[in-house]
Design a protein around this ligand. Structure first.
Ligand code: SME
Length: 161
């Protein structure tokens, strides 16, 4: 597998997702474990879309703990049900937040984050083992289509969780 991504010149998001999918899936299938796969996934998404922060929080006991990411330094631990990430974990639901200032309890790791999407990631037993957190400096930057595309991109990660 080549270690560099080939990305389209188009910045149309659906086009970039489609170009990224086979390349990211190949990287994620390489393994050999969750941290390696998360590290490459964070780097690939950050490179392809230029979002402010892209990373993972892993379930460790009763908290989410910071995992591989790209972007500014971030909070290390998030309690169950707290913030957008903790809400995604507690509810099992994807969170698409158009304006973080309107989300009660949003954890502002960076004052530049304006909108975000969080995807719960399940292990092979169906339990949530981690979340993907994508933060944008642009208000209203995500729709449910982004959430669907990101879920699809993350699919091979499940085998390592
Ligand atoms: N925004 C998140 C906290 C994590 S940082 O944004 C990286 C939240 O409210 O869950």
């Amino acid at each position: 597998m080549s270690s560099s991504l080939v990305l389209p010149t188009s910045t149309e998001r659906a086009t970039v997702y489609a170009a990224l999918e086979p390349q990211l899936h190949a990287l994620l299938n390489e393994g050999p474990d969750a941290i390696a796969a998360m590290a490459n996934a964070a780097a690939a998404l950050h490179t392809a879309f230029g979002w402010h922060w892209v990373g993972f929080y892993r379930v460790v006991g009763d908290h989410l703990v910071l995992g591989p990411f790209q972007g500014p330094v971030a909070c290390t631990r998030i309690a169950h049900g707290k913030g957008v990430c903790g809400t995604a974990w507690a509810s099992g639901q994807v969170q698409v937040v158009p304006d973080v200032d309107q989300f009660p309890g949003h954890i502002a790791c960076s004052s530049l984050s304006r909108s975000e999407v969080v995807i719960p990631l399940h292990d092979q037993q169906g339990c949530i083992a981690a979340v993907l957190d994508v933060d944008s400096a642009v208000l209203n930057d995500f729709t449910p289509r982004d959430a669907e595309a990101l879920q699809r991109l993350m699919r091979p990660l499940q085998q390592w969780l």
